[in-house]
Ligand binder design. Sequence first.
Ligand SMILES: [Zn+2]
Length: 236
Amino acid sequence: METLSLPGLDALGWSLRAGTVAISIHHTVTMAASEDREEERDHVHVIDNYHQSLGWGGIGYHVLVFPSGRLYQSHANNRIPRAGVAHRNGEIVHLAFVGDFTATQPTAAAIAGAREAIALLRQEYGDIPLMAHREVATPDYPTACPGDNYRAWIGQLEEGLMPTREDPFYAGGPTLGDIHDWAARGDWLTKVLSSQLDDSQIPLMLIRQLQTEVANLWGDVEFIKQRLAAIKEALG
Ligand SMILES: [Zn+2]
């Protein structure tokens, strides 16, 4: 990770972010001219200049990952707020994939780099969920970011959570893979709501994934939160 020293919303007088509830995933809809390190660094500055011109006080992302997998941090202090999600920059840290993923997916190197960045951010802020920008956007600032195709790849950022059948928490219940399969078929929510997913069968490791899936189903979020609370209580 290369650390730069770019202004953020602090340049506009905002104070440091006091709490951090999620890592928001973005795409920049820009492309560096090559995978050369100098070119990548220059590209970060291009985005920084552009976002300053929009009045955002500096680049709107804390960490950027390029197709090469290389990571660039806007500033050593990730608590400097950045204008990534309107109205929510006081509580969210921003990770951006450089590129346009409207119709394509990030490279395997970029996914690996992003996973490294996520691990570092979670060391800093605890076990916070990943949220696509569009999932945390407020209704007055809707966006397609990080691209209409994001569900096809965003799950790869969490694959390390995949429980195995040897997992001590696995008690014959569904695997994370099962849940992803159901989600892909659209009946994941139905199964949860109809209690075909028995609370006692859900491994502890799945709770964070469930929280992420819940966030994806924003319209039902209040109902599912209650359900998660019940699951957590059942697991003691
Ligand atoms: Zn975004």
